[in-house]
Design a binder for this molecule. Structure first.
Ligand SMILES: Cc1cc2nc3c(=O)[nH]c(=O)nc-3n(C[C@H](O)[C@H](O)[C@H](O)COP(=O)(O)OP(=O)(O)OC[C@H]3O[C@@H](n4cnc5c(N)ncnc54)[C@H](O)[C@@H]3O)c2cc1C
Length: 468
């Protein structure tokens, strides 16, 4: 079987590796100059940065074991510390009851804490109540004051949509709220185990690099600087046209596995291949964008108080991490580096600002905080934009259902998987799992629905446990 894989990120390379195991001839086509996609590392200012504070969560033990086999002892267990900066104070993130009381003071914490216990008691009395949106879901578990403190501003700034407009599934998969037993242990100061994840020495990009080596080792080909520009069907075959070295080349394949944005993939189909209703639905799928501003400084006084910190209030950036923390990437001399994420929508005011202005705004807001040292010593090393990385349309939305239905019908000659390929919020372990399943769909061993199930189960992404 001849399989072409669009995209050399985790999903694409995992698909390629599994397809090779199943006996296919495989070619991976990646438009960027390097493989990696969202799980890439970059060098700037003598430091290794990732696209955001990536660690591999233990949600899918089989994937973790696989990555351990790929990377050996260079894959380390880490427990990044996280905080949220609110009104000049640093709180632990996710919510920790003991820390909340300690930082807020007993008087200020009394009402939110009582509301929390009242909400949990009510939830126990009425377990059958199901929440339809994220606000309802979080208020039922947190009480309103803590929901407003930890969720409302954080989510609205991060995602650009208020929690009342996001599905409850969003919370089940992403927000850690302690049960009463855990909260009481936190309050009494007894230790609660920190969450472990995994990080490869040298940057998160090492995982993708190791996958690319494994693909080539099995006889697959991985071509960077090669963009899929259009595709169409001729009988049982799929014709894929790609742009490489300024030339357009045609590949005739049995199956195309797409891992780039599914709406772009559908837009690239030959006329008459995709019904106009599907085109319209795909065109309405929404994404959040991020601008990454990488800063460095030689000010020895600079340093984050935790490995990554959220800024849900006035700052232009929403999240900052420092690669000198859990990454173990020692900074040369007394220098330090910071990756600041500005979340915005493609085409909005922030997105349209020139790089120099984004750098200036970032330095201005960073300099007003006690973590970045003197403003005059902060250097903007790189500004990087990702137009589409955060799929916003809910899995149950009519537009995504229309796209899913079309893709089901197109399988197994056309299969789409991964974070953007399925238009679903998934992390690295799930993207890899989806890629593996996509190869099995191509061979008729699975249904496309199995790929989507990886994302649509209400499991918490950081530990893979099912959440009600
Ligand atoms: C800021 C940030 C922080 C994150 N933190 C974590 C974390 O801590 N833990 C975790 O597990 N996950 C994290 N994630 C999620 C994780 O990065 C993704 O789930 C995963 O990398 C997605 O892999 P993918 O292969 O599905 O998609 P991608 O990585 O997007 O790969 C798709 C590839 O397709 C290529 N492509 C697109 N169109 C074409 C075309 N026409 N022709 C050829 N190639 C094309 C793209 O260049 C890209 O390389 C984070 C993501 C972000 C953005």
């Amino acid at each position: 079987m001849r399989i072409g894989v669009v995209g050399g990120g985790l999903a694409g390379l995992s698909a390629a590796r599994r397809a090779l195991e199943l006996g296919a001839d495989v070619e991976v086509l990646e438009s960027a100059g390097t493989v990696g996609g969202l799980a890439s590392s970059i060098r700037a200012g003598g430091l290794t940065f990732d696209l955001g504070p990536h660690t591999l969560y233990p949600g899918d033990p089989a994937v973790v074991q696989d990555v351990e086999t790929l990377l050996g002892t260079t894959l380390r267990r880490v427990s990044p510390t996280r905080g949220i900066w609110r009104s000049g104070r640093l709180y632990r993130f996710p919510f920790h009851l003991g820390n909340f009381v300690h930082v807020s003071g007993v008087r200020a914490a009394a009402r939110p804490v009582l509301s929390y216990f009242a909400a949990r008691a009510l939830g126990t009395l009425r377990p059958s109540l199901t929440a339809t949106d994220l606000e309802e879901w979080a208020v039922r578990r947190f009480g309103r004051p803590l929901y407003e403190f930890y969720v409302l501003h954080h989510v609205s700034k991060n995602v650009g949509v208020p929690p009342s407009e996001l599905p409850a599934l969003w919370g089940r998969q992403r927000i850690a709220i302690p049960d009463v037993g855990t909260a009481l242990r936190q309050l009494s100061g007894r230790a609660v185990p920190s969450r472990t994840s995994y990080y490869p020495q040298g940057g998160i990009g090492r995982i993708v690099a190791a996958l690319a080596v494994a693909v080539r080792h099995r006889g697959g080909s991985v071509r960077t600087g090669t963009t899929m520009v259009s595709w169409g069907r001729t009988g049982d075959e799929v014709e894929l046209r790609v742009q490489t070295d300024g030339r357009c080349v045609v590949r005739t394949l049995d199956t195309v596995i797409n891992t780039g944005p599914v709406d772009t993939f559908l837009r690239c189909a030959d006329e008459g291949t995709v019904p106009s209703s599907v085109h319209r639905a795909a065109g309405r799928l929404r994404y959040r964008a991020t601008v990454f501003v990488y800063l460095s400084t030689d000010d020895a006084a600079a340093g984050l108080p935790c490995d990554l910190c959220y800024f849900p209030q006035g700052e232009v950036f929403t999240r900052v991490y420092s690669p000198t923390g859990y990454t173990g990437a020692g900074a040369p001399g007394s220098s330090a580096g910071f990756c600041l994420e500005i979340h915005c929508d493609p085409g909005d005011g922030l997105w349209n600002l020139p790089d120099a202005d984004l750098g200036r705004l970032t330095v201005r807001d960073a300099a007003a905080l006690p973590f970045f040292g003197a403003a005059a010593r902060l250097r903007v090393e790189r500004v990087l934009r990702i137009r589409r990385h955060y799929p916003l349309s809910a899995p149950v939305s009519p537009d995504l259902t229309t796209v899913d239905d079309y893709m089901d019908g197109a399988s197994p000659s056309v299969v789409s998987a991964g974070r953007l390929g399925s238009h679903r919020y998934v992390n690295m372990d799930s993207a890899m799992r989806m890629g593996t399943l996509a190869a099995e769909v191509a061979y008729g061993l699975r249904a496309p629905l199995d790929i989507r199930r990886v994302a649509d189960d209400p499991v918490f992404v950081e530990d893979g446990r099912r959440r009600s």
